[in-house]
Design a protein around this ligand. Structure first.
Ligand code: KIV
Ligand code: ZN
Length: 432
């Protein structure tokens, strides 16, 4: 099980105000191999897909959308490769996407033959723009399309007794759909599948394009949570995109609004501005003292593999993982961090100023925490000399030596490494 450590100033137990909080992790679903993959310049080949699959398994995802097998031969073949090669761990369920069309559903069902368990994810768009402009359909036709798709999946599933089929339905463009109508379609799907508390249907609510503030999405989710006819037979799922840059906020508010499950991608890959970033979501939970159930204790290894698979770099300021996020350049920050490290007790909640999480919890080292450039003060310089070279400088020497360092950084305009600082220190004070 993943370890977790709350950030001291905001422990759940200390909250004094009435509010909603997220007190347990959702069911996570990785769509890196589907929504993420379809957004790449160059979709993953089998070798990259397998590396991504193994990575999301190792991180701890139990539900993984592995492709859109009716849309491409590559995706179909990859699903077969996973199943026939015995690559799916016993506690992992693969998921496949299909549009609500007979030929595509048949092809999708063929792709998962022989799987122990699979989620069949069927979708059709429900918003007025799609009904009126894209498909020219009235509301009853949209409902009928979803219901007939579910009926076909159910019939085909009956002929595959060795495979446990779980149904997932997405009213695509949910967040732009009238709520009463979204509920009508979802209730019709739930009834057609014959969902029960022991055999739940996954109803997934996509913000296919994020178009409103995150509280609006959460209100929509909450309305569905309160009004679905068979809520006890439903796993309510979120699928935020990030067009307004608020995908993480939308997911967090959506969880507080009653959702059970979140779909997204590692480091926020996905269509346009991305799917919601599951790494940030999970580690936000971690810093609130809630075990995310996903293991990012070697986050750099995960990041490098994902960069390789997606052929996309991760931004240096990306929360938790970016190369610069545990780096302080300014002197006052360095000083506060140094004091925080000195005061931090091993088993106490994390409480180091300016660092929302212990970098070591993510497998990152303190080495890069303090870097010295022309904006740095004596604190960072003292910290580096003490931790790297065992030199504990008295305060007056710190002030004096920081002036020497400043002369160099002002002249070069560049950062100074611990080794260069040590060299300068030796030349200034230790030379015989
Ligand atoms: O964003 C979206 O609406 C989707 C659906 C296919 C679930 O990816
Ligand atoms: Zn999507």
């Amino acid at each position: 099980a993943a370890k977790y450590r709350p950030f001291a100033p905001i422990r759940l137990a200390d909250r004094q105000w009435p509010n909603r909080v997220i007190d347990k992790a959702p069911i996570w679903m990785s769509t890196d191999l589907r929504d993420g993959n379809q957004a790449l310049f160059e979709p993953m080949n089998v070798e990259r897909k397998m590396r991504m699959f193994r990575t999301v398994c190792a991180v701890g995802f139990k539900e993984i959308e592995v492709g859109f097998p009716s849309a491409s031969q590559t995706d179909f073949d990859f699903v077969r490769h996973l199943i026939e090669g015995g690559h799916v761990p016993a506690d992992v369920t693969i998921e496949v996407l299909t549009q609500a069309r007979e030929d595509l559903i048949r092809r999708t069902m063929a792709s998962i033959r022989g799987a122990r368990r699979a989620i069949v994810h069927v979708y059709n768009a429900t918003s007025p723009a799609f009904r009126e402009i894209v498909f020219g359909m009235e509301k009853p036709e949209v409902v009928a399309l979803a219901v007939s798709a579910v009926r076909l999946i159910k019939e085909t599933a009956a002929s595959m007794p060795d495979t446990e089929i779980v149904l997932q339905y997405s009213p695509e463009t949910f967040s732009a759909t009238e709520l009463e109508f979204a509920r009508e379609v979802c209730d019709a799907v739930t009834a057609e599948w014959g969902a029960t508390p022991a055999n739940k249907v996954i109803l997934n609510l996509p913000a296919t394009v994020e178009v409103a503030t995150p509280n609006v999405y959460a209100d929509q989710v909450e309305w569905m949570h309160r009004h679905l006819a068979r809520r006890d037979s439903v796993i309510l799922s979120l699928h935020p995109h990030n067009d307004r840059g608020t995908g993480v906020a939308a997911a967090e508010l959506g969880m507080m609004a009653g959702a059970d499950r979140v779909e997204g991608c590692l480091f926020g890959n996905g269509e346009r501005t991305g799917n919601v970033d599951i790494v940030t979501l999970a580690l936000n939970l971690y810093t609130q003292g809630v075990s995310p159930g996903l293991d990012f204790s070697d986050i750099n290894a995960v990041a490098r593999t994902v960069e390789y698979c997606n052929q996309l770099p991760i931004h240096p300021r990306h929360p938790y993982v970016g190369d610069l996020v545990f780096t302080a350049f300014s002197g006052s920050h360095q000083d506060a961090i140094r004091k925080g490290f000195a005061a931090q007790k091993a088993d106490a909640p994390w409480n180091v100023p300016y660092l929302p999480i212990d970098p070591a919890d993510l497998g990152r080292s303190y080495d890069s925490v303090i870097r010295v450039n022309s904006q740095s003060g004596k604190g960072g310089i003292a910290y580096l000399l003490e931790t790297e070279y065992g030199i504990a400088m008295p305060r007056r020497l710190q002030v004096e030596f920081s002036r020497e360092v400043q002369k160099v950084t002002d002249a070069t305009g560049t950062e100074m490494s611990a080794a260069a600082i040590w060299e300068l220190f030796s030349a200034t004070y230790l030379a015989t």
